[in-house]
Ligand binder design. Structure first.
Ligand code: DAH
Length: 386
């Protein structure tokens, strides 16, 4: 057991020797501390205010030192004190920590030490400079195509239309046959598209393709729901069209269908005229031009008065004063025949349908020069719509 010796010699060498002895004693005792109780008496032995070893140092070394040696003795004690305190505290951590084996078996690093390390690394990582400017996260907006699509849908919703959707991968039956495009009919050529490979074994009507228009959802709707119906169908469509300033092989349409008793061409004209005024402003005029679609009879192309020149004639409308905007017509009785069993008897009900290109309307509304701009994702273009 260590007891603090009295000093006879106050020379630096003697002080150093005495300090070394004290340290050796401390190390020796530490090795024998293995549990909480042992640590407590160890701590008291060294740190107790009343007669712990550090207190005894003051009494036996400092107070009795001759005045000329006081300074050196004080320095020596001031080095020894924090050292002893630290070793006592370290031993507590050491004992409390479960030991973890790391690196290789046999070398044990106390968890407390690892924990301290981890904490330091964590703090380092979490260093935060609150004076730095923040990172801006611009809020996104709806893509212009989606925005226009939603706008069109909203106009019809306000007139009491419901909203439907259909599959983009469609069968020949829904995309063509039930819309009165018989197999090998030349009207199919205008709507060439991609067919899913390896379907040669299937009957023609079951073969899958990327839908060329949203019109197949007309039949799907009438199969699901007896008349009356009023529905708009937004969606994506595909065609074998080369990309140019106004055409893209993938684009969007909004389809419309209204079926009830006594629906006439006047209803079609009134509805679409109202919709165009809602979309382009109340001064816009509409006119209907004879056209052909297999699934409507009669069929029409609807034109709006040029929204750039108001109908006077300009480069945009090719000096005609009118811009062609959508296809429409009265539902062909042959189409109703495919859903006759669900209440669509062409001698009792009639209806109109229409289909419009969303990009085409967006191009006109926002005066966009190139359809590709909608698909490139360039923020310099898109942020104009923010
Ligand atoms: N489906 C036609 C197309 O993509 C557009 C169309 C024309 C839809 C007349 C209709 C309609 O519903 O009645 O070119």
């Amino acid at each position: 057991m260590y007891t603090v010796p009295k000093l006879a010699d106050y020379s630096p060498e003697a002080l150093k020797r005495a300090a070394d002895e004290l340290e050796a004693a401390l190390n020796d005792q530490i090795r024998r501390v293995t549990n909480e109780d042992e640590w407590k008496s160890f701590r008291d032995r060294w740190l107790s205010r009343k007669n712990g070893i550090l207190t005894r140092l003051n009494e036996l070394w400092l107070k009795t030192a001759p005045p000329e040696a006081r300074k050196e003795v004080g320095k020596c004690i001031n080095r020894v004190r924090p050292f002893v305190e630290q070793r006592v505290e370290d031993q507590r951590l050491w004992m409390q920590a479960p030991t973890i084996e790391v690196v290789s078996p046999g070398i044990e690093v106390p968890a407390a030490e690892l924990e301290q390390y981890a904490r330091r690394i964590q703090l380092e990582k979490e260093k935060l400079d609150i004076t730095l400017p923040g990172i801006p996260h611009p809020i996104g907006v709806k893509h212009p195509v989606l925005r226009v699509m939603d706008e069109i849908v909203a106009v019809f919703k306000a007139m009491g239309y419901s909203v439907g959707e259909g599959p983009e991968v469609e069968t020949d039956y829904y995309n063509f046959e039930s819309l009165n495009f018989p197999p090998n009919h030349p009207a199919r050529d205008t709507q060439d598209t991609l067919f899913i490979a390896g379907q040669e074994g299937k009957p023609a009507r079951d073969r899958l393709l990327l839908r060329t228009h949203t019109s197949p959802v007309q039949i799907r709707t009438m199969e699901q729901q007896p008349p009356p119906v009023r529905i708009v169908i937004p969606g994506k469509v595909h065609r074998n069209d080369p990309l140019d300033a106004t055409h893209s092989p993938v684009f969007h349409q909004v389809e419309g269908l209204a079926v009830d008793t006594n629906i006439t061409f006047c209803d079609l004209k009134g509805t679409l005229d109202h919709a165009m005024k809602a979309l382009f402003g109340s001064s816009v005029k509409t006119r209907f031009y004879p056209s052909f679609f297999p699934f409507t009879e009669p069929s029409a192309d609807m034109q709006v008065s040029c929204i750039f020149c108001g109908g006077k004639g300009c480069r945009k409308c090719k000096f005609s004063g009118w811009i062609e905007l959508l296809g429409c017509g009265m539902v062909d009785p042959n189409v109703f025949d495919f859903v006759k069993q669900n209440g669509y008897d062409s001698s009792k009900v009639s209806g109109f349908a229409f289909g419009m290109g969303v990009e085409r309307i967006a191009i006109l509304k926002y005066e966009v020069e190139e359809i590709q701009l909608f698909y490139e994702g360039d923020v310099r273009f898109l942020e104009q719509f923010a």
